[in-house]
Design a protein around this ligand. Structure first.
Ligand code: KG4
Ligand code: ZN
Length: 353
């Protein structure tokens, strides 16, 4: 089964071809430079850029793969959560293709797809705990099958990646700042104390806004002439900057690992841990989760760092597995912006290869 995956939920236009769960080729265009001067993604600009590029990228992908468009068996696009205007570009392009080619269409949950990309490199150990940490989401799932994701923990305010990005911005780093904080933290011992937020409870939810405030307050108090709110005038030496980054990195990573540990304890029948999302590229998080896996004698799967951030491959993989479970969507499928509940509206497929 030859699946086309289309990702346009935020600021990456990604398309990929997956054949029976193996990657053929992918193309990706990032809008990071476009949004950089605004310090964050501008939704209107993002949708226009997806619209400008999506057709060109499909041509590139087909040429690179030496595949005729009529050979596609299934067309998939991220249907949410994400920026509505951006999602609409990808979903409507996919619906048009599906209609024109007479092929089935699937709208894919972007968050589930992040987790499912792990199937490209590993056999997924169902049932498993899925930890998804990105710029917009921090989520724990109990995943029983490709179409059964049970939400067991979510973020009540700022996502982990958002804290990396916002504090990084105050430190004068480019967006998205997570990888710079990660890099500067390596092999650094820090004596700066930042809280491990929202651990004094029995649930698996996350709340990182208190940590963000504590980090901003530290910057304001210790670096008195800085205005940490708007990110100007921070005159830290390299050593202090590294120490601060290490403290922030540790606080976020330890919180994520501790809640994952509790999720394992509450789900004693699970057979592994699968990590995903942009923040899953974090060096310290990967190391600490591997240790956690050793403690519980469970395999830990993290995608290669280049597969952690948004791309078309994850959408094609997610679609492939849903189609294998016999599922498909109608062309009146809605796109779901961030903040709205994802409906359970998958239908049995009439798909035959
Ligand atoms: O999954 P993703 O590409 O987009 C969303 O769906 O949000 O994740 C982007 C996030 C950004 O917040 C970025 O700072 C973070 O992933 N990120 C990292 C690292 N690489 C990317 N955070 C920490 N350490 C990294 N190495
Ligand atoms: Zn994402």
């Amino acid at each position: 089964m030859l699946c086309l995956g289309i990702e346009t939920s935020c600021d990456e236009t990604g398309l990929a071809l997956v054949s029976d769960g193996s990657l053929i080729h992918s193309v990706l265009s990032s809008q990071v430079e476009l949004h950089d001067i605004f310090g964050g993604v501008v939704p209107e600009l993002a949708s226009r850029e997806h619209y400008r590029l999506i057709g060109v990228l499909l041509d590139q992908l087909l040429n690179k793969s030496h595949i005729d468009i009529h050979d596609l068996d299934l067309i998939c696009a991220a249907r949410g959560p994400g920026l509505l205007g951006s999602l609409l570009v990808g979903v409507n392009f996919a619906k048009g293709l599906a209609l024109g080619l007479g092929r089935p269409f699937l709208g894919i949950n972007h968050l589930h797809a992040h987790i499912m990309i792990n199937a490209l490199e590993n056999v997924l150990p169902f049932p498993f705990i899925g930890l998804l940490v990105s710029g917009g989401h921090t989520v724990l799932y109990r995943v029983e099958s490709p179409d059964r994701f049970i939400l067991i923990g979510k973020c009540l305010d700022d996502a982990a990646g958002e804290v990396f990005d916002k504090i990084g911005k105050c430190l004068g780093m480019k967006y998205p700042a997570g990888k710079f904080v990660d890099m500067l933290s390596q092999n650094v011992e820090s004596n700066i104390k930042l809280p491990r937020p929202f651990l004094s409870n029995d649930n698996l939810n996350f709340s990182f806004s208190g940590l963000k405030t504590a980090a901003l307050n530290h910057l304001k108090n210790v670096w008195q002439n800085c205005n940490a709110e708007i990110g100007v005038n921070i005159r830290m030496g390299q050593r202090d900057l590294k120490s601060f980054c290490a403290a922030l990195n540790n606080a976020i990573v330890e919180t994520l690992v501790e809640k994952t540990r509790r999720a394992i304890k509450k789900n004693q029948d699970i057979k592994g841990i699968v990590v995903a999302g942009g923040v899953a590229a974090n060096t310290t998080l990967r190391k600490r989760l591997r240790k956690l896996g050793e403690q519980f004698d469970l395999p830990i799967h993290c995608p290669s760092p280049e597969l952690c951030t948004d791309n078309g491959i994850m959408i094609a993989m997610g679609g492939y597995f849903l189609a294998c479970s016999g599922e498909v969507h109608n062309l009146d499928l809605e796109t779901i912006p961030k903040g709205r509940k994802m409906p359970e509206d998958i239908y049995p497929s009439t798909f035959t290869e």
